[in-house]
Design a protein around this ligand. Structure first.
Ligand code: HEM
Length: 361
């Protein structure tokens, strides 16, 4: 065995391994063509909370700016330990042409999140919100148990998202690049096929004008969520040019497909978001991410493995890496959650009907 192979580490940490009732997809004698790493959490960690909290409006007027200040204020509110462990502010113009700003925020436990809701004043603000046909607010909070999420990074130094709560970083992972590796990295997949509920209809069917309503969307069995991020802020001039002219346009095509035609592939909602400066919304931090909600992990797998748009991203990436002789400054990561209905808290106040899980009909 080559020295390099001996350092590969299984993606599922030892304390979460169990006797498989379902086979892994790992090919025999497999060695990934390039390295990737995962954030590791304390053995006592039993889950995390990831909340997407934001607002939307047709116009970017002074009221919009006020909402942004309010949202940032809640995120920054110092209330003991209950401040989010990490948050990013992000922006997107959605398929209806609405401007959306959202914070993606992370807490180590559901009780930390609940404490922040109460002590920051956000819960009181949220409960007081009235749909006004102008600015809509959404709150999508996910609380996966530790066996229902996985993360993967192209580098082992700079944390993103959930990795801000890591205890350590893995060695090079065994399970990545082959199709099915995402599923193999999820502890729950050792014993559960994670099939979604394709027949479930949402209460939203009954509602005609979502912009004049406060709507709670029920959780769905095995809803699959991906946050797939790209960070080119650390690239040199040559790589930046290569990224922006060859990789980024192919990524945009894939994201446009999922945003506008994703329902063909089981994608309820996709937002291709720019990470922005919380003090200057016009400034992009040279980071983007796709935030996709799928009816189950099989649909997400099928899009990534079979659809021309992700195959083009995947193919272009291999060329890109080759052109840079595998010496990349571009950083990539993703985090994937597969949730029980109770692990989803979805509420929309005055949002248009193509917002997030409101589309799940
Ligand atoms: C897997 C490239 C964006 C969904 C992969 C893999 C690569 C890749 C190299 C194999 C990863 C591994 O296991 O090591 C890229 C690049 C992107 C990008 C270069 C952007 C520049 C996205 C986005 C999404 C996505 C935005 C979804 C919103 C997936 C999924 C897999 C995957 C679900 C896992 C497939 C599986 O293991 O079965 N991608 N991707 N990718 N990608 Fe992408």
């Amino acid at each position: 065995m080559a020295l390099h192979e001996s350092v590969l580490e299984p993606a599922i940490p030892e304390h979460l391994r169990t006797e498989r009732t379902l086979p892994s997809r790992l090919p025999p004698d497999y060695h990934p063509p390039f390295p990737a790493y995962a954030a590791r959490f304390s053995k006592s960690a039993d889950g995390v909370v990831i909340a997407v909290i934001g607002f939307q409006s047709k116009d970017r007027d002074s009221r919009f700016e006020d909402c942004q200040k309010k949202l940032v204020g809640f995120m920054r509110q110092q209330v003991g330990d209950v401040v989010p462990k990490h948050w990013d502010l992000s922006s997107v113009i959605d398929k209806r042409g609405y401007h959306n700003i959202a914070a993606i925020a992370y807490w180590a436990t559901p009780s930390d999140y609940e404490a922040w809701l109460a002590e920051s004043g956000f819960a009181a603000f949220w409960d007081d919100l009235k749909p006004d046909g102008d600015v809509g607010w959404f709150r999508e909070a996910f609380s996966p148990s530790i066996d229902r999420f996985e993360n993967i990074f192209s580098d082992n130094e700079v944390p993103e998202g959930v990795a801000h709560m890591r205890e350590s970083v893995s060695r090079e992972l065994q399970e990545h690049v082959y199709w099915g590796s995402m599923r193999d990295r999820l502890p729950i997949s050792q014993t559960d096929l994670l099939v979604g509920n394709h027949d479930q209809r949402s209460a939203v069917d009954e509602v005609t004008d979502t912009r004049s309503q406060r709507i709670r969307v029920p959780g769905r069995r095995n809803l699959a969520i991906i946050r797939s991020g790209q960070d080119w802020s650390g690239t040199d001039a040559h790589e930046r040019e290569l990224y922006l002219t060859t990789m980024h346009p192919v990524l945009i095509k894939g994201m446009e497909y999922l945003t506008h035609q994703g329902s063909e592939t089981g994608c309820f909602s996709n937002r291709f978001m720019e990470v922005i400066d919380a003090d200057d919304a016009s400034r992009c931090m040279e980071k983007t991410f796709g935030l996709g909600y799928f009816d189950d992990i099989a649909s997400l797998e099928a899009w990534s493995k079979k659809h021309r748009t992700h195959l083009a991203i995947f193919g272009r990436f291999h060329q890109y890496a080759k052109e840079l002789e595998n010496n990349l400054q571009l950083r990539l990561f993703h985090e994937v959650l597969v949730l029980t209905p109770e692990q989803q808290d979805l509420e929309y106040v005055g949002c248009h009907e193509d917002t997030g899980m409101l589309t799940a009909r």
